[in-house]
Design a protein around this ligand. Sequence first.
Ligand code: NAP
Length: 325
Amino acid sequence: MNETLVIGGTGAMGSAVVRRLLQASDGAVRVLTRDPQSAKALGLAEHGRGRISMVRGDVNEPGSLSVAVRGVAQVFCNTDFFSSMSAVGEYRQGLAALEAARGAGVDKFVWSSLDSAVALTHGRLPVPHYDGKAAVAAHIGLQRSEEMMQQETDGWYSEHVSVLTTAPYMENFQEQLAPQRGRMPDGRDGMTVAIPLGEGSSPLISLEDIAWFAVHMLKNWQSWGARDLAVVADSLTGQDIAAAFERVTGVPTAYVPVPLDALRASVPGVGHDFAAMFQFFQEHDLMGLDRDTALLRDMHPGLMTFEDWLRTTGVIVRPVESGST
Ligand SMILES: NC(=O)c1ccc[n+]([C@@H]2O[C@H](COP(=O)([O-])OP(=O)(O)OC[C@H]3O[C@@H](n4cnc5c(N)ncnc54)[C@H](OP(=O)(O)O)[C@@H]3O)[C@@H](O)[C@H]2O)c1
């Protein structure tokens, strides 16, 4: 019995974990999806050549989670804040997934988390799409405390759950944060990287490396000296990011700091959440304060810096916007 259920398995992070599971183990993989006939579900199933099965389910429906988890040995769970747009909603989804897995006697459960911005800033700077996941991690911690108090020798939350705290994907620089061809602020032709980072630094990691750590955790259960693991590969200022693009492409590249207010206004309904995350990065050195980078490189010497990743994947450049010179 070594089947793994991946909740969020058709998504960017989950599908990277599914692909890594196929590479690094010989077990079957079950993927929870709201629509097994979607193009992404069908494409992933085809990639699995018989080793991936799709199970219809919804993290808002606990009954479907109990069915999905039946018979699997391990679960990787990455819920999607943006499908509910609610920190409390995501917290409830996480608790439902954990309870379904506990009820089914799952041996290993990895909760994909993000840092608690609201706690790390002493309540000053909530970042809802971080804090919902982090609240689930805090719930896991509370259950471990209770198990310790009750002197349980095989407490489920202690011995069978691990938290993997991740960081922004490098792949965001192939999409919404991709550099743009055009005139730089100094008038020269080149590329611009527009990010709301001010003078701060963004923690970064590639999806391939998140998946590497997720599968390593499942295969080497709680072997890294703790139950949980917080990962990152790089931490770069806007200037550092532009310089990396310039070194890799040979094209002069300028960092253009985007005001937080502009981000807040540009994405109705969620811009304030994204802006809060960038403000958090401007004010809090996540990699320096909350990650053990020596341990991470020791565990995974192939962990890619942003520049390594750019050289591996290639650079995607957005064309000059019509109307700009
Ligand atoms: N972008 C980043 O840099 C970054 C970094 C770290 C963490 N994250 C977090 O990752 C999460 C998003 O994951 P992703 O990047 O993989 O996004 P994605 O590519 O948009 O995938 C979303 C996944 O969530 C699943 N899903 C959504 N609502 C669901 C529901 N109600 N029930 C069951 N499954 C549901 C989707 O499955 P179906 O559509 O097949 O049902 C899909 O597999 C967010 O919470 C985000 O904060 C993002």
